[in-house]
Design a protein around this ligand. Structure first.
Ligand code: NDP
Length: 475
């Protein structure tokens, strides 16, 4: 494929006059040009999905075969996809390769789950007067899944929607992030090669406020699955009425480093997790609650470990911290650090911006109302917050409106389990950073971090309906 890309509707590549320039996020030069969808193409994509869903019910085994084939093709095209992610998302190449490996896993698990969709037996005969009845449930596809995805994992977070949706027997209309649409279009080509019938996957590109807005108002889409910011998630919730909606939103991930922690392990782990991909993942550790008795030691080791972080060109195999997604985002990070400093915080390393690059930053002496603490920073910035009492610490970190994933470092089992029971998150990672994720696990947040879980098995539950079948028997 050249670097001109078109929309993918009904198995055809559709050119439009209006184009979107997709930048190489490091050089800021144009990497690709993509056709933008107007109202007409959005409507066509949804209509096509509806027709395909009605006329092409693939058997579970066929869905398994197609997803499995897509997995094999992706493995064969790993280099092409990793480069695409690196270019349009500015993700360091090693991390881009990891994203492709994870997407292969997501496809594999989706394929396997296609063969495991089943209902349950219901003992209606146990109800008085129903002795002659039997019942069970089956799971049926929801119909059309409308997927809207963010910039930061342009492959794996897209696969987390398309994989389970197709495994469950649905048709999909996908709107990828405007900053990173190319990888999704390559993926559509890959599914075509894997034998997916035309119309079951449609990819339309355009801004959230036009294409995304139109999708939200189209009642033919029965289930929405959105990954992105809480702000946009709220808008979608307000606009999609009674339709099903899966929301995977932001976070300002807390990690506790307790007095009984292996401080070396915590510092070396967090020195990478806090800053890789310039802090732009939804579970990047942001608020580090460190027991006061070990704060000085932890801080020293963290900053020392950060010396090994290579910052710069994402095409360099050694780079850990590349560019931020836009210069405006880098400026926002700079502004938040400046504000924190003015309010009394101490920037112990970093805090510098050069164009789209923002240096890995550690801040101390913060207060809980500073934006670097209470909002989602989505930049390579962590704050160290000392505590004396674990209960008070957990109460404070639970004040966040978010609750996606958190972490705790401690060698004390009681402390670990106490935190597991009391930290308000969708997942708590013990002796690792909040950033741990493998693709088969249930993943999703509480509070403003969203509702519904991803991981193919869990998404399939949301992307199918449970239908009850009751038999009224004569004997
Ligand atoms: P945004 O919320 O800005 O955008 C996400 C998607 O929504 C994009 O495709 C965007 O389109 C679209 N969109 C924007 N406005 C609307 C609208 N009014 N109606 C419909 N769609 C709209 O998020 P980012 O792309 O900046 O991604 C970063 C965010 O995603 C962070 O908050 C991060 O925490 C979160 N995230 C959550 C994850 C999770 O699993 N919980 C995982 C990864 C990221 P366009 O690009 O055209 O603006």
């Amino acid at each position: 494929m050249s670097n001109n890309f078109d929309l993918y509707i009904n198995g055809k590549w559709v050119t439009t006059n209006e184009k979107l320039d997709v930048l190489n996020k490091y050089t800021q030069g144009v990497y690709a040009q993509v056709s933008k969808a107007s109202e007409r193409e959005v409507d066509q994509a949804i209509e096509t999905a509806e027709n395909a869903y009605k006329t092409m019910q693939l058997s579970p085994y066929k869905r398994y075969e197609i997803l499995n084939k897509a997995k094999e093709l992706l493995r064969a095209k790993k280099a092409e996809f990793a480069e695409s992610i690196m270019m349009e998302a500015g993700k360091p190449i090693k991390q881009a390769q990891t994203e492709v490996d994870r997407s292969i896993q997501t496809l594999e698990v989706s394929a396997e789950e296609a063969k495991r969709i089943s209902g349950t037996g219901i003992p209606v005969e146990a109800a008085p007067g129903s002795e002659n009845r039997m019942a069970f449930t089956i799971r049926v596809p929801v119909g059309i899944v409308g997927a809207i995805t963010p910039f930061n994992f342009p492959l794996n977070l897209v696969v987390h929607k398309i994989g389970p949706a197709l495994a469950a027997g649905n048709a999909v209309v996908l709107k990828p992030a405007s900053a990173t649409p190319v990888t999704s279009l390559r993926l559509a080509k890959l599914f075509e090669e894997a034998g997916l019938p035309a119309g079951l996957l449609n990819v339309i590109v355009g801004s959230g406020s036009t294409v995304g807005q139109q999708m939200q108002q189209d009642k033919r889409i029965s289930t929405y699955t959105f990954t992105g910011s809480a702000e946009v998630g709220l808008k979608i919730k307000q606009n999609t009425g009674l339709n099903k909606l899966i929301l995977e939103l932001g976070n300002n991930s807390p990690v506790i480093v307790d007095k009984d922690a292996d401080v070396d392990k915590a510092a070396t782990t967090l020195a990478v997790a806090g800053f890789s991909y310039a802090g732009q993942t939804c579970i990047t550790p942001q608020r580090l609650y460190v027991h006061a008795s070990i704060k000085a030691k932890f801080q020293e080791k963290l900053v020392a470990a950060m010396k090994d972080l290579k910052v710069g060109d994402p095409s360099d195999e050694d780079t850990v911290v590349g560019p931020m997604i836009t210069e405006d985002d880098a400026k926002r990070a700079e502004q938040w650090v400046k504000e924190a400093k003015q309010a009394g915080a101490n920037v112990i390393t970093g805090g510098k911006r050069q164009g789209v690059m923002f240096s890995p930053t550690v801040i101390t002496d913060v207060t809980k109302d500073m934006r670097v603490v209470c909002d989602e920073v989505f930049a390579p910035i962590v704050s160290i917050i000392p505590y004396q009492d674990l209960d008070a610490c957990i109460n404070e970190l639970n004040e966040s409106p978010y609750g996606l994933q958190g972490g705790i470092f401690t060698e004390n089992l009681d402390t670990a389990f106490y935190a597991a029971k009391n930290v308000q998150v969708g997942g708590l990672i013990i002796n690792d950073s909040s950033q741990y994720r493998v693709d088969l696990m249930p993943y999703g947040g509480v509070k403003d971090s969203g509702s519904g879980k991803e991981g193919p098995k869990y998404s399939i539950e949301d992307m199918t309906e449970e239908r009850l079948i009751v038999l009224n028997l004569n004997k």
